[in-house]
Design a protein around this ligand. Structure first.
Ligand code: SAM
Ligand code: CA
Length: 221
């Protein structure tokens, strides 16, 4: 027993999955297919997908945005949790990866809920704001290029309704953020992002040590 967050070894992690994972056969197949790709480590973990699905259901979210799609695992987990008339705007720049994503979304029967915009996400978010979408989204997930995290966060905060939630991936960056010797560009960017949020009174905050670290920022009214 400990009053600190537990650090899981392989056996503990396997136990967590066996004790709680309810991954559908299709999500599993997408995860297996993605595991064969060179950049497979970019995909969120299955228990994180399940956690995000739970958050979406908990909030009764109807409109969501994802920044960083890859082969579509996190988007699929979220889209499956949205109601039939729900909407997920998925932002990415990579045609090849998102072609795989689209195939799985179709097979899962959620393609109608998802609009994919292939363009730098900052452009897509700025266009939404110009088009008057501020305050109209319930849930957002940031999981793209780390150097733009603050830019994405600032725009998504405007796009969310009060009581809406932004989830931000990789905020522990494999532990690198805690290593003062590590000054790689992505590490520095994530440290800056975490600092940006620590005293941001516009949101209620929690950094959840699931996957590679997931920050939850709830927009205050
Ligand atoms: N959420 C995904 C999942 O669970 O499988 C993983 C996303 S992966 C870590 C990051 C994605 O961000 C890549 O697919 C990449 O093409 C995309 N990306 C990188 N720079 C981007 C940008 N400027 N705008 C939009 N997407 C970008
Ligand atoms: Ca990630």
């Amino acid at each position: 027993m400990s009053n600190k967050t537990i650090c899981l070894n392989d056996a503990g992690y396997t136990y967590l999955l066996n004790a709680s994972l309810r991954e559908s056969a299709l999500l599993r197949r997408l995860r297996d297919e993605t595991a064969a790709l060179p950049r497979s480590g970019m995909q969120i973990s299955p228990e994180q997908g399940q956690f995000m699905s739970l958050l979406v259901q908990l909030m009764g979210a109807r409109r969501a945005i994802e920044v960083g799609v890859f082969t579509g695992y996190s988007a699929l987990a979220v889209a499956l949790a949205l109601p039939t008339d729900g909407y997920l705007l998925a932002c990415d720049i990579n045609e090849e990866w998102t072609t795989r994503a689209r195939a799985y979304w179709r097979e899962a029967g959620v393609a109608e809920k998802i609009e994919l915009r292939l363009a730098p996400a900052q452009q897509t978010l700025d266009a939404l704001l110009r088009d008057g979408a501020a305050g109209s989204f319930d849930f957002a997930f940031i999981d793209a290029d780390k150097s733009h995290y603050i830019a994405y966060y600032e725009r998504l905060l405007q796009l969310l309704r009060p009581g809406g939630l932004i989830a931000v991936d990789n905020v522990l960056w494999g532990g690198a953020v805690a290593d003062p010797q590590n000054n790689e560009a992505d590490t520095v960017a994530i440290r800056a992002f975490n600092k940006h949020l620590l005293h941001d009174e516009r949101v209620a905050l929690s950094l959840v040590p699931i996957g590679d670290g997931l920050t939850l920022a709830l927009k205050r009214g």
